[in-house]
Design a protein around this ligand. Structure first.
Ligand SMILES: [Zn+2]
Length: 246
């Protein structure tokens, strides 16, 4: 799980209302301030910032984590966190970290629900799983950019709080994720394994038929994910026990 916080672009403007900012009005482009991340199953939430580690080390640490991970869970990270980190890596002349499968929970809630707002704060409160850490808004960002230690404490709390919320959201919506990277392909097991949570507590629940094929359908007794396995024209030896989400 990963979440980043960024500094805004610093720009010169003549007015405050409906401004169009040209490139030559940019004083300083935005950059990554900090990130928080967590391995699933680990207790610790990792955190790194330009204040604590310096820009280079902060980026190297998240680069290494992305390089090591098979799957990354985020909220709007497909369009925000990951491309921003990528451009920071490229800026330093680094080549891409090894490819990682992405689970963007914003895409999941957009696809499966129709909430009044897709902001993480709203989704968290709607599903009753928790709230974001409160802060004083733009002032906190400004204070952090000015290197004020108290502000950075709050930023760390805020950034880590988002990871806690993200993990709770992941666990809540896990069974709603279609095309979840398949756990069955990451583990060598001869027992049918839930594609979305990797547990083997799955039950046969009827058949699933497409126009051409019949599948054995399963339901995970731990997370509730439905999955299927090709049923016909496959003898026991051929079966790989790799279930696929429906
Ligand atoms: Zn499961």
């Amino acid at each position: 799980m990963v979440d980043i916080e960024t500094a805004p672009n610093k720009v010169f403007t003549w007015g405050l209302w409906n401004q169009t900012v040209s490139l030559n009005q940019i004083d300083e482009v935005g950059y990554t301030l900090c990130w928080a991340a967590k391995w699933e199953g680990d207790k610790d939430i990792m955190f790194s910032s330009i204040f604590g580690d310096g820009r280079e080390k902060m980026l190297k640490r998240i680069y290494d984590l992305l390089d090591e991970a098979d799957i990354v869970v985020h909220y709007n990270g497909t369009k925000f966190d990951i491309p921003i980190l990528n451009q920071e890596f490229a800026l330093r002349g680094w080549t891409p970290p090894s490819p990682v499968q992405q689970i963007d929970l914003l895409r999941v809630v957009k696809q499966r629900f129709r909430l009044a707002s897709n902001k993480l704060a709203f989704v968290g409160s709607y599903l009753g799983i928790g709230a974001k850490v409160q802060h004083k808004g733009m002032e906190l960002w400004r204070d952090c950019m000015n290197g004020e230690p108290e502000a950075w404490k709050k930023m760390e709390e805020y950034n880590k709080g988002d990871i806690t919320l993200l993990e709770k959201l992941y666990n809540r919506v896990r069974s709603w994720i279609t095309n979840h990277p398949n756990y069955g392909l990451y583990f060598d097991t001869d027992r049918p394994m839930c594609p979305n949570c990797g547990r083997v507590h799955v039950q046969k629940r009827g058949l699933y038929r497409t126009t051409t094929l019949t599948y054995q359908r399963y339901r995970c007794m731990d997370c509730g994910t439905w999955s299927k396995e090709r049923y016909t024209s496959m003898d026991k030896e051929q079966r790989k026990n790799v279930l696929k989400g429906i």
